[in-house]
Design a protein around this ligand. Structure first.
Ligand SMILES: [Ca+2]
Ligand SMILES: [Ca+2]
Ligand SMILES: [Ca+2]
Length: 165
C-alpha cells in the first residue's frame, strides 16, 4: 500500500524539484484508479504552483524561487528540530552544550540547482519550461503505465508500476 501511494506521488509529483509539489497533492487515503484527464489536471496544478506569474512558462528564476523557498523551509525545520534536540540533550539545563557548536555539526543543505530541471525538461532549449514540456514526460509515464490503454490507471495498473520500482 505504501509502495502504491509512493508510486502515485512520485508519478504526479516527480519532475521539477520537489517537495512543494508533493505537498500540494492531497493525501490519498487509499489507492485509487486515476483517469488521464485527472492526472493531467494534477500535472497542471503542479506546474501552476511553480509558474508564479502565470504566463504559461516556468523560467529558471521561478524554479530558483521555489527551490530557495523549499530550502528555507527545510532550514527552519532543521533549526527547530535542533533546538528541540539540544534541550533534550542538555538535561541539567546548564547550557554547557553550546548551541552554536551543535548547529555547526549539522550537515549543510544543498544549494538550489535550477539548471538541472531546466536541462531535463526544456526540450526546445528556449530557457523556459512550457506547460507542454512539463506535461510530456509525465503523460508518457502515464501512458506507459496504462497497460490496456483505456485512459485510466486502475489500482492494479498502479500496483504493477509499484512492483517494477
Ligand atoms: Ca512564468
Ligand atoms: Ca522550452
Ligand atoms: Ca488502464
Amino acid at each position: 500500500m505504501t509502495r502504491i501511494l509512493l508510486a502515485c506521488a512520485a508519478f504526479a509529483a516527480s519532475t521539477i524539484p520537489g517537495a512543494a509539489f508533493a505537498q500540494s497533492q492531497p493525501a490519498q487515503a487509499a489507492p485509487q484508479s486515476e483517469t488521464r484527464a485527472n492526472f493531467a489536471a494534477k500535472i497542471d496544478s503542479a506546474f501552476n504552483n511553480v509558474d508564479t506569474n502565470h504566463d504559461g512558462n516556468v523560467t529558471k528564476a521561478e524554479i530558483q524561487a521555489l527551490q530557495t523557498k523549499e530550502l528555507q523551509d527545510m532550514q527552519t525545520r532543521q533549526q527547530q528540530q535542533m533546538d528541540a534536540e539540544f534541550k533534550k540533550l542538555d538535561t541539567n539545563h546548564d547550557n554547557s552544550l553550546s548551541v552554536a557548536e551543535f548547529k555547526a555539526a549539522a550537515r549543510p543543505l544543498p544549494a538550489p540547482a535550477p539548471d538541472e530541471p531546466l536541462k531535463r525538461l526544456d526540450t526546445n532549449k528556449d530557457g523556459k519550461i512550457s506547460k507542454d514540456e512539463y506535461r510530456a514526460p509525465k503523460l508518457a509515464d502515464f501512458d506507459k503505465a496504462d497497460a490496456n490503454h483505456d485512459g485510466t490507471l486502475t489500482v492494479a495498473e498502479l500496483q504493477a508500476i509499484a512492483k517494477r520500482q
